[in-house]
Design a protein around this ligand. Structure first.
Ligand code: SF4
Length: 222
């Protein structure tokens, strides 16, 4: 467990550890930080009435604890944010009304392997699975100049449309860290959106959808 981030309208449960090694990652939760805590003690500290985002790191690495957390949070507004690699039938079957934000870093496997260190095949299968189980989900792909450019965004959109034209794709503008790549220009973002819209009915960007709280307080478990 890393920490809880509380804002006016949202509580983010930030779990530690990730199987991917994304070259542009800036999450402090990517590595094993914090300490083990019970699922009950997490739930006790989540204020009633706020949307709950379960993020990381990669939350599905701790599958038993994740399923217990989802069970204890049933009936509340929950978003699971995941890299999709371990979204098995068991996990998807336990989502019970939750929404999923699943990353598809790249459609071309060589680009995915180069960027994350892992194949994207399980992620592609997970997206098909989410659709088959009628889960409320959206796919997120980060536009990273020189790594994931607009032609690759179009390939992602083409893949999604092969499952359903109605799958939502959110294109995220990369925020540079440690000198890795740069922030895409408005023009580059517009081009990526236009290419994705040739295949999908719903394409949004990180500029339009601001789900991250502006101010939040972090609660660490002693
Ligand atoms: S999947 Fe997310 S947390 Fe994991 S390395 Fe990639 S960007 Fe970082």
């Amino acid at each position: 467990m890393c920490y809880l981030a509380l804002s006016e309208f949202q509580c983010t449960v930030q779990l530690a550890g990730c199987n991917f090694s994304c070259r542009g990652c800036f999450s402090p939760a990517r590595v094993e930080v914090g300490r083990d805590v019970s699922v009950e003690s997490i739930v006790e500290r989540i204020p009633v009435g706020r949307r709950v985002v379960i993020a990381g790191g990669e939350p599905t690495l701790q599958v038993d604890e994740l399923l217990e957390l989802l069970f204890l949070l049933r009936g509340r507004r929950v978003i699971l944010s995941t890299n999709g690699y371990f979204l098995s039938d068991r996990v998807v079957g336990g989502l019970s009304g939750s929404k999923v934000h699943v990353d598809l870093k790249a459609y071309t496997d060589s680009i995915h392997r180069e960027y994350t260190g892992w194949s994207n095949l399980p992620v592609l299968e997970a997206i098909e699975r989410l659709h088959r189980y009628s889960v409320d989900f959206e796919v997120e792909t980060v536009l990273i100049p020189g790594v994931v450019d607009s032609p690759e965004i179009e390939r992602v959109a083409e893949f999604l449309s092969s499952i359903s034209r109605n799958i939502s794709l959110r294109i995220i503008r990369y925020v540079p860290v440690n000198g890795f790549s740069r922030r895409p220009t408005e023009k580059e973002l517009e081009k990526a959106v236009a290419l994705a819209q040739k295949h999908l009915a719903c394409v949004t960007t990180s500029a339009e959808v601001k789900s991250h709280p502006v101010r939040s307080v972090k609660i660490f478990f002693e």
